[in-house]
Design a protein around this ligand. Structure first.
Ligand code: ADP
Length: 405
């Protein structure tokens, strides 16, 4: 709107500006012509008439060499017709006419006219500038009034987060169009809430239903392992089933965490070394089978954090370290708020490093896995404000570090 105003006012200003110039020209031509007619008429009436100079007009009649000698220099070289020239610093419009061998000169000094014209043009320019400023200010104010409600609604929609308490977007006194928009957003918000609820219900139901048979499997395994009549071979098999069941229980725990988001909220004093030992336990058999050296160097410290969250993070990092290491070591260390899980495995290619925490990301040539483990780890770390870092050299090994606040 401001731009349109500016264009219209600008065009108007330009028209006035050029019109004033044309008008001035036409007016001067007319003025000088009329003075010339008057001069010739007077001369015809009185052959001895000698024109007197006025403040702006200078008229001359050249009948003979004597008259010619009295003529000012600047007029002497001019032929019949119209002329515009500067006499000193003043502009003059001059008309020279020849009739019956007599020359008539009328010179008009336009200084005053020019000054008026300049004043008028300045006025036009100032009016255009004022109109431009006013239209800009008015446009800004008006657009603010019109879109304030929309931007305010956009601001509130922008802060909506899935899962947070339902926010009422409809306000009394809203414009009908904005109210329609708010209704549409509210509907959408309600549908998203319903979808999240359904998903959370499904995940927690499924996790719960799966946990019961898993507990039965684990209990049976423990009972079987307690049976001294069991052969060594069967005992190894049962231990293997037991470890797989433990892993599955952990995955379900992670699923539950992802579904409920905030469910693991509370913190408690946790003895780090105990948590590490528990997380490593299910992988002891695999570590032994691969002939890896498990080295733990955890400072005896108690940290205030969520036990289950740390267990999940450790379980995933230790599982990866064991899974991607054929020979060498898996080293778990803790000092100065930094927990590290290092391995001497195949490592991660430099170009893959920034993507390892993405959901479903898996390096191309490695078998097994779902690509979810590190995404869950990252999410837990983000939720509790732990910083996770990874360094890796292909064919040498990887180091995952968690820095607690
Ligand atoms: P996955 O279920 O595939 O292990 P993760 O999210 O845990 O999923 O890991 C993603 C990918 O990151 C893995 O497929 C693997 O390529 C790479 N990765 C993770 N940890 C290690 C590690 N310790 N050594 C080598 N590669 C690893």
């Amino acid at each position: 709107m401001a731009l349109a105003c500016l264009l219209v006012v600008g065009a108007l200003g330009f028209t006035l500006f050029t019109a004033s110039e044309d008008l001035e020209d036409a007016l001067l031509v007319q003025l000088v012509s009329e003075e010339m007619d008057f001069l010739i008429k007077r001369h015809k009436q009185d052959a001895g008439f000698t024109p007197q100079p006025s403040s702006n007009f200078q008229s001359y009649i050249v009948r003979d060499a004597q008259d010619s000698a009295r003529l000012p220099d600047y007029l002497r070289k001019l032929g019949p017709g119209r002329h515009e020239l500067y006499v000193g610093k003043d502009e003059s419009h001059i008309l020279v006419r020849e009739e019956n061998g007599i020359r008539y000169y009328v010179a008009y000094e336009v200084g005053l006219y020019e000054q008026r014209e300049r004043e008028f043009q300045l006025l036009v320019l100032l009016s255009v500038l004022t109109a431009a400023l006013v239209s800009l200010a008015l446009g800004y104010w008006l657009s603010g009034v019109l879109v304030r409600q929309v931007t305010e609604l956009a601001g509130r929609v922008g802060t909506l987060r899935p899962g947070q308490a339902h926010e009422n977007l409809i306000r009394p006194g809203q414009d009908p169009e904005v109210s329609m928009l708010a209704h549409a957003f509210e509907d959408y918000q309600a549908r998203i809430e319903q979808m999240i609820r359904r998903e959370q219900e499904f995940t927690s139901n499924a996790s719960h239903e799966l946990r019961t048979p898993l507990t039965a499997i684990k209990t049976s395994c423990e009972l079987l392992l307690a049976d001294s009549a069991l052969s060594e071979k069967s005992r190894a098999r049962v231990a293997w089933i037991n470890a797989a069941a433990s892993r599955m229980a952990e995955q379900i725990q992670a699923l539950l965490f992802l579904a409920r988001g905030q469910a693991l909220g509370e913190t408690e004093p946790v003895v780090l070394a105990d948590c590490v030992a528990e997380a490593v336990e299910p992988y002891q058999a695999e570590i032994a089978r691969r002939g890896l050296a498990l080295e733990t160097d955890v400072a005896p410290e108690t940290l205030d954090l969520n036990y289950q969250a740390l267990r999940l993070v450790l379980a995933n990092l230790v599982r990866n370290a064991v899974h991607f290491t054929e020979h060498g070591f898996v080293r778990i260390g803790y000092a100065a708020k930094r927990l590290t899980i290092a391995d001497s495995g195949q490592g991660i290619a430099t170009e893959d490093l920034p993507r390892v925490f993405e959901r479903f990301f898996r390096a191309a040539d490695l078998g097994g896995g779902t690509g979810l483990g590190l995404a869950i780890v990252k999410r837990i770390c983000d939720q509790y404000g732990w910083k996770i870092e990874v360094e890796s050299v292909p064919a040498k090994g990887s180091v995952f570090s968690i820095v607690f606040p």
